[in-house]
Design a protein around this ligand. Sequence first.
Ligand SMILES: C[S@@+](CC[C@H](N)C(=O)[O-])C[C@H]1O[C@@H](n2cnc3c(N)ncnc32)[C@H](O)[C@@H]1O
Length: 255
Amino acid sequence: MSSSEPSFLELVASLDITSLHPGGRKATKELLDRLGIVADDYVLDVGCGTARDLVELVQSKRCSAVGIDRSEKMVEMAQNRIKKQNLQDRITVLKGDAQNLPFINSNFDVVYIQSVLLQVDKSRVVKELARVLKAGGRYGSLEFAWSDEPDKPLMQRIMELTGEPFVPLRHEEWKSTFEAAGLNEYYSFFTKKAVVPYPLSEIVATEGLLNTLKGVLKFATLPLATRNRVRYQTRYMRWIKENGKLGYAIYCYRK
Ligand SMILES: C[S@@+](CC[C@H](N)C(=O)[O-])C[C@H]1O[C@@H](n2cnc3c(N)ncnc32)[C@H](O)[C@@H]1O
């Protein structure tokens, strides 16, 4: 795959009919509700993808926010979405690396990250997120989590198939990572059911019939080779479901 070709995640994101994290919109709602975001809050979404969740958050809470993602294509899709919703005065999206955030210490009231830590140096990134969070600020994570010992052959197969790192932790290991960064838990939730892949019925229920059809149509207009690549790579989600050891978890901490 050449570097200008979109990655699997970028292609799925461009269809705009599914969350790029386990638990879908329902899990995001739970996470963001638990973070208790209000209009005065300044919020950071790390690895924000196309800013689907960030836009909905700002529309519902009227807060101000920044999103950051290392993928140029994701940032472009996010900026288009923000412009379309006329939210440029409330949301800024930047291209950048979660490992070296371009923000001063204690800058945000809320920092959250969904399904990104499994792709990066977890301890380093969580410390970096804690650094930019104000004292007393809220930290949220939504991540795949093993119910038992990690299935290393499965992780290897997924990494080979998608070309992306895929290293989730066990529920207790995630907690230790957050605690090591000086954060204090006030809520956590773990389920053994990762809820991927999303069945079409759930996509229609959460995205609406019209948006689902738009996404299906977008997919149909992709070149055949690209469609075949996405179909092939989508297998990884079935492996997760069949494997049955991978759930997801929500974490809310305070600095
Ligand atoms: C699985 S997607 C999740 C996107 C979004 N958080 C969501 O839940 O819809 C992971 C995202 O993290 C971004 N990402 C991965 N490593 C990153 C890093 N070091 N710094 C910033 N973004 C990163 C990817 O480009 C991708 O958009």
